[in-house]
Design a protein around this ligand. Structure first.
Ligand SMILES: [Fe+2]
Length: 158
């Protein structure tokens, strides 16, 4: 006799979609922060930092897409306007970003990664509370990626 293995996600729950959108917004702001640093970093560590910042923004660009398409997969629209995302993001843009020292850039990006890890973890909890373990899985995966980037960055300055 077959075992019942089917469990459908809470596909229409708007709270889950809002939680993922918060992740999209903060990932998007951090993508641009990393690319801004990629362009403007200076100093003796230019080469490896230029490369690391690129690795981060490329990872985040893909993650924005994965998270946004998860929202679409559970039946909700995604507001892709930058203004809407900046408005709700807890990762804030700094008007001095392009003039920061290399250490200031790293510290700012560490903070952003920690914020993102916390947001992804919280979004995973919301998904779990609503029975959507497939969204929870994506949030856990992305949260872990942000904690790793926080460690990679922090290791340069501690
Ligand atoms: Fe480049």
């Amino acid at each position: 006799m077959a075992v019942e293995t089917t469990k459908i996600s809470a596909r229409t729950h708007p709270t889950v979609a809002q939680a993922i959108y918060q992740c999209v917004a903060e990932t998007t702001v951090t993508t641009m922060m990393a690319q801004n640093f990629h362009w403007n970093v200076t100093g003796m560590a230019f080469g490896p930092l230029h490369a690391l910042f690129q690795e981060i923004y490329e990872d985040h660009f893909q993650a924005q897409d994965d998270l946004a398409e998860r929202i679409r997969s559970i039946g909700h629209k995604v507001d892709g306007r930058l203004a809407a995302m900046i408005d709700i993001s807890k990762v804030m843009e700094d008007s001095n970003e392009c003039n920061m020292t290399d250490k200031q850039m790293i510290a700012a990006l560490v903070d952003a990664q920690k914020t993102l890890a916390a947001t992804l973890s919280g979004a995973g909890d919301i998904a779990a509370e609503n029975g959507d373990k497939l969204t929870e899985d994506l949030c856990i995966e992305r949260g872990r990626a942000h904690e790793k980037f926080a460690w990679l960055l922090q290791s340069h300055i501690s």
